[in-house]
Design a protein around this ligand. Sequence first.
Ligand code: 5GP
Ligand code: SF4
Ligand code: MG
Length: 459
Amino acid sequence: CGVFGIYGHPEAANMTYLGLYSLQHRGQESCGIVASDGHSLRAHRKSGLVADVFRDPVLFERLPGQSAIGHVRYSTAGGNDEKNCQPIMVDYVRGSIAVAHNGNLINAQELRNELEQLGSIFSTVADTEVIIHLLARTQSDSLSERIADALRRVRGAYSLLFLTETRMVAVRDPNGFRPLILGKLDGAYVVASETCALDLIEAEFIREIEPGEMIIIDKKGLHSLFPLEVAQPSPCIFEYIYFARPDSTIFGREVYGVRKEYGRQLAREFPVEADVVVPIPDSGVPAAIGYAEQSGIPFELGLIRNHYVGRTFIEPQQSIRHFGVKIKLNPVREVIEGKRVVVIDDSIVRGTTARKIIKMIRHAGAKEVHVRISSPPTSYPCYYGIDTPTRTELISSSHSIEEINRYITSDTLGYLSIEGLLKATCGSENLEQCHFCTACFCGRYPLKFPRLKDDRQLG
Ligand code: 5GP
Ligand code: SF4
Ligand code: MG
């Protein structure tokens, strides 16, 4: 998911709309904006893309005020029902509050059972709703204390934005799994999942919100606190591999350069004699450029993407996924015919994409197909907000690289090593301080989860 918020801007809802537009890659299922005019909150949320949900300009007249938060969603926890759209907004004894969440809470089910026993009535199936219930129950007086009280009970990944009538609060979990960025536009403060959202509205980048940090913004200005238990930060390395936009700077580095370095490292680890390096667009492009630069093999666009098709992986229905690849990609015969082709992608999840693409490339006359993946084999599910499937669906959880090579019908297959991944991310001289979550590759989860992911509910 992606979050965006702005405080103290005359066109808060408009700016949030633009911010969400630039974060669309983080979730295409639903989106929403909640705005405050200083007295009350108003919301518009719906299934669909930002451009479709906010098509009618009249909507912006119905979202007046100088502050707003917004959300783009792809379902990890919670179904894809309209009532699960975010930001969630409620009225309770202290007034109104809205919350937008990127991440996934690993003890949401336990907390929900407990709260239901105490009489809470939930209106969504989203993990995020437990935060609202916890917050409503605490006795603390200040908003920041109430939020902190609630968050001290939840475990997992959360980059959160809260909006009340008069305040905006941003919080990043102590592990800092998901990015969260602070910026400024004229006098207004801006918070967003990625810097590409700041660029679009021409806001200035101030800094990242730190793991465990809470930032409260009101008419007196900005106030920073660290009210949560301290943990060893473990930002999600998959943000670099795939999820974030390459023109964003997150966790202190520009994603594009990191991805290119993955390709260079991959060329060092798995060189091959070939005629052409071809990325699987768009996610494989920066790594393919790096691979081509390092190996000296020419880079070519041998697969052309139809840009009017969404990300197949994120389509929540298996039946649509099945057609995805062919709808999306078509080979350029001239580039491929008679050639030894190195095909670069960022990851293999189920293996269906790679298998279909290799078939397509062979059909276009390739002599050899060598697949290189700019991340290690994805063998374990993510519990921290990336919608990887269950273990049984992850091809590398039960198959060796040799078996996957046979399944996807490549001549050779190479994956970036975990050491290579970390080296390329932090530089070999900084490996000691290179703390990232790599659990989906190595199975060492930085936060222990109370229940196994045996269904998609946990996300
Ligand atoms: P597969 O067919 O192996 O399941 O899918 C692999 C492809 O899915 C890769 O090209 C990768 O870029 C793309 N992809 C799209 N969304 C995601 C995601 O959220 N996680 C992962 N691991 N891959 C994704
Ligand atoms: Fe990211 Fe993988 Fe860790 Fe999930 S398990 S937070 S996708 S590195
Ligand atoms: Mg891809």
